[in-house]
Design a protein around this ligand. Structure first.
Ligand code: DX5
Ligand code: ZN
Length: 224
């Protein structure tokens, strides 16, 4: 394993897990060596799908000691951050496209003792987050249109990941660079080469072809 690969974190998305036995699946992926647990929250407004809310975050909390990496794909995220923090979220990421005052939302998240992240959809330029970048703990670059698991990785987002990596390094910023959407053993190395350091993976981790353990191992091995 290269030093590079050792530093890469995996954040399996429970969106593709078996919801009827979510606690068990979260424990399984924890044992398999995940770094975070990625929780996709969708409201049927910001994205055309509805998933889970704070009650489910609270329900999985006792099943892992890993940080819960909560990805809010919702309108007016400021209205719900307190509930997610109380439910046990460790990182709360909201979409820059979903709110008018991102600075305020970041401050509110941090006041609750939670790490703050901002996400950009594939077509959203980096300019939209450059002012807030120094205050962030995490930036999440979407490599699919948010809304559904199991979509194809958008290769045309790679240059944006590389530009963001360069900006973070050049300015010496603390933000972790996470990518989300279509990550598998083929696309993971491309995302890492471009500069991603945290990989979200749903369908590649929870699928009928492999055990969770095998899937996590295959992703790690793909990074060399
Ligand atoms: C998409 C979600 C992703 C998704 C990733 O809107 O934000 O986290 O679950 O799933 P895969 O890895 O299957 O593309
Ligand atoms: Zn996500």
């Amino acid at each position: 394993m290269t030093t590079h690969a050792q530093k890469i974190k995996l954040s399996p998305s429970i969106l593709s897990a078996d919801f009827a036995r979510l606690g068990e699946q979260v424990a399984e992926v924890t044992r398999a060596g995940a770094d975070y647990i990625h929780v996709d929250v969708m409201d049927g407004h910001f994205v055309p799908n509805i998933t889970i809310g704070p009650a489910v975050v609270a329900a999985i909390r006792p099943h892992t000691t890993l940080p819960l990496d909560v990805h809010l794909m919702i309108e007016s995220p400021e209205k719900y951050i307190k509930q997610f923090a109380q439910a046990g979220a460790n990182i709360i990421t909201f979409h820059i496209e979903a709110c008018a005052d991102a600075h305020h939302v970041v401050e509110e998240i941090k006041k609750l003792g939670v790490k703050a992240g901002v996400s950009v959809k594939p077509g959203t330029p980096l300019d939209s987050i450059s002012e807030i970048l120094p205050s962030l703990d995490l930036v999440l670059v979407m490599t699919v249109e948010p809304g559904f698991g199991g979509q194809l990785f958008m290769e045309n987002v790679l240059p944006k990941i590389a530009r963001l990596r360069d900006e973070i390094d050049r300015k010496g910023l603390a933000a972790e660079l996470e990518v989300d959407g279509g990550i598998n053993a083929t696309t993971a190395p491309k995302a890492v080469k471009a500069g991603a350091r945290v990989l979200v993976a749903g369908a590649a981790v929870f699928n009928a072809k492999q055990t969770v353990q095998e899937a996590v191992q295959a992703l790690r091995e793909s990074l060399g």
